[in-house]
Design a protein around this ligand. Structure first.
Ligand code: ADP
Length: 625
């Protein structure tokens, strides 16, 4: 259970860390966006303030220079004269000319004089098609204000000229009595043109929130919010904006700052192209209130650039953080890899050390085993030596046994010449006494021959009895057969056995040891003779030949053949079918061993014509072959 919980806790921790990293990442990215936006807005605000200052100053200076113009007309005697005699056409004409001149010099739009009823008596545009002369302007607020002794300034669209302008109106006094009103209309078109060319978004709204001057033409004669009905009807009465349709701007206040600055968005679908440029935009709106007149200068700054750079800043921050995270990840991964490789190295070192210890242990064990093995080999070698010695002794013993068996025959063989020698020597004495030296000589020759024969027998026995070394030499098969037969020829003769020899003219030479091979052959001959003891036909055959680098010696007899019980056990030590005292059951075992040492093979089988055949197979001597 605890094993299951641990990774879950690890995973929880991981996901918490991941959440913290993602949240921090978002916070930092948003923070950089916010800071960049705020810096941008601060910059715009600063610029806006400065620009507004410039705009207000230029506007004030543009208007102020006309402020005193109406008052100066009071000083003109022609004007005073005309107002005192308004029906005097001559005076009116003079004033018209004077006003025309002043208007041209002051670069104002139009200058005109009204009587106390608000009707224009003289005007600088007296000779223009839309002359103000004779027009009743009493409904205009600036006229009314002036008639009420209040100097007035008023922005409005001319009801006759249809041209917008700023009106300065003031009463004309003579002897401290108002006799008329002087009005100067100044066009702000030139100023507005410079605003448009300036590229800023700046508007001027009057005290009723009607925009009457704008660097963006589309915003002109729009209202900041909807107008109350009282104001609308007042404007209709005063014809301030004449026939202009005043629509309310759909400004949405997005955010307001403590200094009155606002972020607004403007929605005014279906408007002119200029306007659609602003539509949907976020704008920074700054307002500067003016006194005399009570106007409001509104400076609009496009926030899209600031937004764009804030977005770029946040994107850059995101990329930088991403890069930083990647860098951290890379270094962490590197650290991990180094750590892993170090621990792998340590593991490898430990494994190497363990291996070294194991190798040492194994080497030690191997040394011990090698030592044991060496001892065993030595023991084995010793045992083999003992075995070989025993085998040699056994072979020698069996040889001696054969000799023992043959001792009766040998004794007989030696007794006969001895008897003959006795007789011959007795005869020699008698013959010597008689002086028959010739016969004595003959006898002595025969005696010498008999001694030679006896010597040959004993020599043969001596040779047979000697211990031969285990060395392979060239062995004459013919000679070995002759020597072996010599030892059994007495028995062959006694038992009336017919001997058939088939030995090639050219001798057969095999590899082996003559003495031992003779021992084998004597054993085979004796076995054959033993087998024929009760046979009617007694025939011992010896057949030798060489074939394909091998030498074969076949010893056959006409006995009863190999008994069934003996067939499988011929080469089994101490197996014999012979009566006690006649056989030890070691002859074939020892013979097979001797032949085996020569690199040959001994086998026995029953012949098809009866009797047994034993075959000695040897390697032919390659030198003499
Ligand atoms: P032993 O002659 O002392 O019995 P061998 O090893 O020479 O010992 O022979 C083992 C046995 O093999 C004999 O007892 C005999 O039964 C059988 N044998 C050997 N030679 C012949 C043979 N020529 N004919 C029949 N049987 C034989």
């Amino acid at each position: 259970m605890s094993r299951c919980r641990l990774p879950a806790r690890g995973a929880d921790k991981k996901s918490v860390v991941r959440l913290i990293v993602i949240t921090s990442f978002c916070c930092v990215v948003y923070g950089s966006y916010y800071l960049s936006l705020r810096n941008g807005i601060d910059g715009l605000r600063e610029t806006g303030m400065q620009r507004m200052e410039v705009y207000v100053t230029s506007l004030n200076s543009a208007l102020e220079k006309y402020n005193f113009l109406p008052k100066t007309l009071e000083l003109n005697n022609d004007v005073i004269g005309m107002l005192n005699a308004p029906l005097d056409q001559q005076r009116v004409a003079t004033v018209n000319h004077t006003l025309e001149q002043i208007n041209a010099q002051a670069k104002s739009n139009v200058i005109y004089i009204l009587d106390l009823n608000g009707v224009t008596l003289a005007s600088s545009n007296w000779n223009k098609p839309r002359s103000f002369v004779g027009i009743d302007l009493a409904f205009r607020p600036y006229v009314q204000a002036a008639l009420h002794h209040v100097p007035a300034q008023f922005y409005a669209i001319g009801t006759i000229s249809n041209e917008a302008g700023y009106y300065f109106a003031q009463g004309i006094y003579h002897n401290e009595k108002m006799i008329g009103v002087a009005t100067v209309k100044v066009s702000l078109d030139q100023l507005e043109k410079t605003w448009v060319q300036g590229g800023d978004k700046v508007v001027l709204a009057d005290e009723n929130n009607v925009i009457f001057l704008s660097s963006v033409p589309a915003l002109k004669y729009q209202t900041l919010g909807s107008l109350p009905t009282s104001i609308s009807s007042h404007l209709a009465v005063t014809h301030q904006y004449d026939k202009q349709r005043l629509a309310a701007l759909q400004l949405t206040d997005v955010q307001s700052f403590s200094d009155g600055t606002q972020i607004v968005s403007l929605h005014q679908p279906g408007q002119q192209s200029h306007f659609s440029v602003l539509s949907g935009m976020y704008l920074l709106s700054q307002t500067k209130l003016m006194t005399e007149p009570n106007w409001r200068l509104i400076f609009l700054s496009d926030l899209s650039k600031v937004q764009k750079s804030a977005r770029a800043a946040s994107a850059f921050t995101a990329v930088a953080i991403g890069f930083l995270l990647l860098l951290i990840l890379y270094f962490r991964q590197r650290q991990l890899a180094v750590k892993q490789s170090l621990s792998a190295k340590e593991v490898l070192q430990r494994a190497y050390e363990q291996l070294e210890v194991m190798v040492q242990e194994r080497t030690f064990a191997l040394n011990a085993t090698t030592q044991e093995l060496t001892q065993e080999v030595a023991m084995h070698y010793k045992a083999q030596m003992t075995l070989q010695k025993t085998q040699d002794e056994l072979i020698q013993s069996s040889k001696m046994a054969v000799l023992g068996q043959m001792s009766a025959g040998i004794t007989h063989e030696l007794n006969q010449p001895l008897t003959a020698l006795r007789t011959m020597s007795d005869n020699a004495q008698v013959l010597l006494d008689r002086g028959n030296t010739a016969e004595v000589r003959k006898n002595l020759i025969i005696i010498s021959e008999i001694v030679d024969r006896m010597g040959a027998i004993t020599r043969q026995l001596k040779v047979f009895a000697r211990k031969s070394p285990r060395q392979l030499m060239s062995v004459s098969i013919r000679q070995s057969i002759v020597n072996a037969l010599f030892l059994v020829e007495r028995r062959i003769a006694l038992e009336q056995v017919r001997l058939i020899q088939q030995i090639p003219e050219e001798d057969v030479i095999a590899l082996g040891d003559a003495n031992r091979l003779e021992q084998v052959l004597v054993n085979l001959f004796n076995n054959g003779l033993d087998a024929m003891t009760h046979s009617d036909v007694r025939c011992l055959t010896v057949h030798a030949y060489s074939q394909s680098g091998r030498v074969f010696i076949l010893v056959g007899d006409t006995g009863a053949g190999i008994a069934d019980e003996a067939a499988q056990r011929l080469f089994e030590p101490f197996f014999t079918t012979k009566a006690q005292g006649l056989g030890l059951g070691l002859g074939l075992v020892i013979s097979a061993q001797i032949v085996g040492e020569f690199g040959g093979k001994l086998s026995g089988r029953n012949a098809s014509r009866g009797g047994a055949v034993f075959t000695v197979e040897l390697a032919a001597d390659p030198v003499n072959h």
